[in-house]
Design a protein around this ligand. Structure first.
Ligand code: PMP
Length: 406
């Protein structure tokens, strides 16, 4: 196939990711690979700076605290939050959403209320709300979808807004790769004084994120899907709202004063960071954000669109596969079913050709149920993938067909 020229020096960039020499890695929606400077920042911290934060007055403790808080400032800058008080380190999107679900429900959700979600959500942005709904005798309410699975914006105004207390929707679907029309949800919700949580697991580090321009109230994302270490994530929350929420977990660092029978709590963001945090993870995430910013988040986003376009053109003539999302403008994620080969068989065959894809329901069973399929195969691309890897995928897919047809 004709090679598209890319503005990113992809072959130089790939040298930063030694693991990419070992296979064609097309499972980036599950977790991204990590550049050497992020990996090194972890061992450097343990070699030179390891100490707990916010409690020790010795030099190592002060140094560790400074690095940890510097990472928070990098996150603030990366998503253009107004203040570092609005940045809470978590272990990932799941943790961030559970924090909001729990703390918000404690304060604001009562019997008869409802929570607005969609059938497109990852389980992480559905199950925590189901738990809250059953605890509080509230209900889930679903954004109406069109046949092409986009939000039916005309039907939005007809939702029972008087019962809805919060809306929680994903920015980019981890199955379809489409960017959802979160702008319409945010403007309708705000018209009814309903706050909105955005699950940005598949958008942070992939497209530019500006929480002030988006005007969202909460934003949850995972560091490990954007070149950061595993076990890292962020919750952004509007300061005014975070101030009103009760603590999610109790323990060290989240308190101001503790008596035998009661406590007062620390200011933001510590109020939501009980116990020893993943200090080295946060520092690694800060490095990842530096790395992505140096390449340029717009260039990264453009690169993913270029690759997606290449993938779409390289595969659309294959009659034996059917994509769940047919739009040309997907953001690096392609889920599909093969007419004959089960997704797991296909993933296993491709693995024998050193191509890593995902097979299953991708933690989005309601979406798969809606489409009446138990599972799909998924290719998910990131900026360091190449056109020639896509060509290899196509060749291996044709080989798989020959293998399974006999
Ligand atoms: N939401 C979406 C859209 C996702 O893609 C994922 C991860 N696949 C999550 C939430 C959960 O992320 P984590 O496992 O890092 O908490």
């Amino acid at each position: 196939m004709e090679q598209l020229t890319s503005v990113l020096p992809v072959h130089t960039i790939r040298k930063d990711f030694p693991i990419l020499d070992t296979c064609v890695y097309f499972d980036n929606a599950a977790t991204s690979q990590k550049p050497v400077e992020v990996i090194n920042s972890i061992s450097n911290f343990y070699k030179n700076t390891n100490a707990n934060v916010h409690r020790s007055i010795h030099r190592l403790g002060e140094k560790a605290t400074a690095k940890y808080e510097d990472a928070r400032e990098r996150v603030r800058n990366f998503i253009n939050a107004r203040s570092v008080q609005e940045i809470i380190f978590t272990s990932g999107t799941t943790d961030s959403i559970n924090l909001v679900a729990s703390a918000f429900a404690e304060k604001f959700i009562n019997e008869g209320d409802s929570i607005l979600v969609t059938e497109l959500e990852h389980h992480s942005n559905l199950v925590p709300w189901q738990l809250i709904a059953s605890r509080k005798k509230a209900t889930l309410c679903f954004v109406p979808l069109r046949d092409d699975l986009s939000y039916d914006t005309e039907a939005l105004e007809k939702l029972p807004w008087h019962t809805i207390k919060i809306a929680a929707v994903s920015h980019i679907s981890n199955v379809l790769g489409i960017e959802n029309n979160i702008k319409s949800i945010i403007s309708h919700a705000h018209g009814h004084d309903v706050p909105v949580l955005i699950d940005a697991a598949q958008s942070a580090g992939h497209i530019p994120i500006d929480v002030q321009a988006m005007d969202c109230d909460f934003l949850a994302f995972s560091g490990h899907k954007m070149c950061g270490p595993l076990g890292t994530g962020v919750l952004y929350g509007r300061e005014r709202l975070l101030e009103q929420l009760p603590p999610y977990r109790g323990g060290g660092d989240m308190i101001h004063s503790v008596w035998k029978d009661k406590s007062s709590y620390a200011h933001l963001p510590c109020k939501f960071e009980a116990g020893t945090p993943n200090i080295v993870g946060a520092i690694g995430l800060g490095k990842a954000m530096n790395y992505l910013s140096r390449i340029g988040i717009t260039a990264i986003s453009d690169r993913i669109y270029t690759l997606s376009d290449y993938f779409y053109k390289a595969t659309r003539d294959i009659d034996s596969i059917q994509f769940l999302e047919t739009s040309e403008k997907t953001h690096g994620i392609f889920s599909f079913v093969h007419k004959i080969i089960h997704p797991h068989d296909l993933a296993q065959y491709l693995d024998s050709r050193e191509i890593a894809i995902r097979a299953g329901h991708h933690c989005a069973q309601p979406l798969h149920r809606m489409l009446k399929i138990p599972a799909s195969a998924r290719v998910s691309l990131y900026f360091y993938n190449t056109e020639s890897e896509i060509d290899c995928f196509r060749t291996a897919l044709e080989e798989a067909e020959r293998f399974f047809y006999v």
